[in-house]
Design a protein around this ligand. Sequence first.
Ligand code: FES
Length: 151
Amino acid sequence: MNRRAFLGWGAAGFVALCSGVAVSLAAVVRYLVPSVFYEPPQSFKIGDPADFPFGPPTFLPDEKIFVFRDREKGFAVASAVCTHLGCTVAYFQSDQRFHCPCHGSVFGPNGTVQHGPAPRALNWFEITQARDGQLLVDKDKVVPPSYRLMV
Ligand code: FES
């Protein structure tokens, strides 16, 4: 082996060594950074009661909820997340049911499954009134569909 070939193999070896060290360092850094999903808060204010009309529910797309307001029964909040694979359902006032556009699940007025493949009913969440008068929804607190807040 002449001197030029020797230096060529040495340079290739050095590059391979540096690449190995870089990959190892990247693995160590990745190990030290926690794999955590940062979710938005599950309890949030949605506004004043007067912001919500009587009649068809108000859909809040960012929160993926429907806010129902009834003169006699008060407020109720339903999840807009389909229990099959998580698509956003739509509410049709014409038949007062929730329809999932992805695979055709249909939920009744109280969220029960009327047509699959959804395995279970839509969730209903606790709604309360905060001290400042705004409505407060807590998606960590699942309540029965009959739960209502009278304001
Ligand atoms: S995600 Fe709703 S039916 Fe599949």
